[in-house]
Write a protein that binds this ligand. Structure first.
Ligand SMILES: Cc1cc2nc3c(=O)[nH]c(=O)nc-3n(C[C@H](O)[C@H](O)[C@H](O)COP(=O)(O)OP(=O)(O)OC[C@H]3O[C@@H](n4cnc5c(N)ncnc54)[C@H](O)[C@@H]3O)c2cc1C
Length: 388
């Protein structure tokens, strides 16, 4: 038993845990902070297995604001931390396509996005073809295409940069696995690590990503955030093909990556169980990915999958939206999780929001109160309709 004690303990040191620790110091939190991370190599973390893209195209206005702040922060890193913190942002719009069936939702999303000032155009099939002649528009009724503020970057470098900066600001990173949480009535008292160490805390923040539901359960708190596997295929194509990041109505997405392409498939809810393993689902390539790629981009007929990896989405079963802020009864148990596939781009906005609320008593820049845990016991889902 170590007898250590911290004002704030963060469970999970991926992007959400590290961004929260970093912004607590940025906002002037003077107390002690520790991040408990079971795997400092991040071999299985979402943050390092992500495809690290950023978009303005969401249906929840606050998600658009979070992306916007994320991009501004990411682009400003070299100025702050030097050229080694350049995340290599590749500017490229998302092309989110809809069949006739999905057109109404696409138009509704577009209205929200442009209402928030996002530069997104709604394209008819002939306009898609004009911009990207490689795309076959069969079965497409319309698409939204981002003209600015979208692209992808180096997520592992982002994590390393935030973690280094948090440490330099006096945040402790503890290598250990939280195995138990001591809750007395409506207060979290301490956590017990797998090696038997007990760490007491004034507040515990759940940033355990896909395992956030499990961490909450240790405190008898209900949270349906669970790991949902996503396989990413790396594709070699000899032809020179100019495409943006495409989200196809077939649930397949694709994008350029250096001289290669990457692509993946998001199964419908009923075929998407929670799984712990990270085995690549090779069958998805033949069954879903290749047919969709060959149909949408005829030049992809002769492609080869040369590599693949799998990661877990931190999937929030209620509404595919994040849970941010304190529990409704256990006031010193907080959440920074449940992003369902868009947590990388929202990590820093969330970290800043949580820090504002802890240090200043309320959200100051982006009002994140819609993401409250309260909506779970009250069964008030806040559906995000643009999940890829
Ligand atoms: C294939 C794929 C593609 C994605 N693409 C995008 C994208 O394009 N854009 C985007 O914004 N997002 C994307 N995401 C989602 C994004 O990566 C995640 O939302 C985000 O990284 C979640 O960060 P996190 O810190 O919550 O989780 P993680 O990075 O998983 O970190 C949680 C940490 O908690 C630790 N942990 C868990 N349980 C315990 C415990 N009991 N004790 C101690 N430590 C514990 C884990 O070891 C882990 O390191 C993608 C994810 C995947 C898998």
């Amino acid at each position: 038993m170590s007898g250590k004690s911290y004002d704030i303990l963060i469970g999970g040191g991926g992007l959400l845990g590290s961004a929260t620790a970093f912004f607590l110091r940025e906002e002037g939190f003077k107390g002690s902070i520790a991040v408990v991370e079971r795997d400092p190599t991040y071999t299985r973390a979402s943050s390092t297995l992500s495809v690290s893209a950023i978009r303005q195209q969401f249906s929840t206005p606050e998600n658009i604001e979070l992306s916007r702040f994320g991009l501004e922060f990411f682009l400003g890193l070299p100025k702050r931390f030097g050229p080694e913190a350049d995340l290599g942002f590749q500017k490229s719009g998302y092309m989110i396509m809809a069949s006739q069936e999905g057109r109404t939702q696409l138009e509704a999303n577009h209205k929200v996005q442009t209402g928030m000032g996002a530069k997104i155009v709604l394209l008819e099939p002939d306009e898609i073809k004009q911009r990207f002649p490689a795309i076959n528009t069969d079965g497409i009724a319309a698409a939204c295409y981002g003209l600015e503020g979208e692209g992808w970057l180096d997520g592992a470098l982002l994590l390393g940069t935030l973690k280094r900066a948090a440490r330099a600001a006096g945040v402790d990173y503890i290598h250990g696995e939280v195995e138990n949480i001591s809750r007395i009535n409506n207060s979290i008292e301490s956590v017990t690590l797998a090696d038997g160490d007990i760490i007491s805390c004034g507040m515990l923040i759940d940033a355990a990503g896909p395992h956030a539901g499990k961490l909450a359960a240790m405190a008898d708190i209900h949270l349906e955030v669970e790991p949902r596997k996503r396989t990413v295929f790396v594709i070699d194509c000899r032809a020179d093909v100019d495409i943006p990041l495409i989200a196809d109505p077939s649930r397949v997405w694709m994008r350029p990556e250096g001289r290669m392409f990457i692509a993946g498939y998001s199964p419908p809810e009923e075929d998407d169980p929670s799984v712990e393993d990270l085995d690549v689902v090779h069958s998805q390539f033949e069954e879903f990915v290749w047919p969709a790629l060959a149909h949408r981009i005829p030049a992809f007929e002769a492609i080869k999958a040369v590599h693949a990896w799998a990661g877990h989405y931190d999937y929030h079963c209620l509404d595919q939206n994040a849970v941010i802020g304190p529990h409704n009864e256990v006031a010193n148990f907080w959440f920074a999780t449940g992003f369902s596939g868009h947590g990388l781009q929202h990590s820093v906005g969330t970290g800043r929001g949580i820090a504002e609320r802890i240090v200043h008593g309320d959200y100051k820049t982006i009002d994140l109160s819609k993401f409250t845990y309260d909506r779970i016991p009250e069964n008030r889902p806040l559906f995000e309709h643009n999940i890829i």
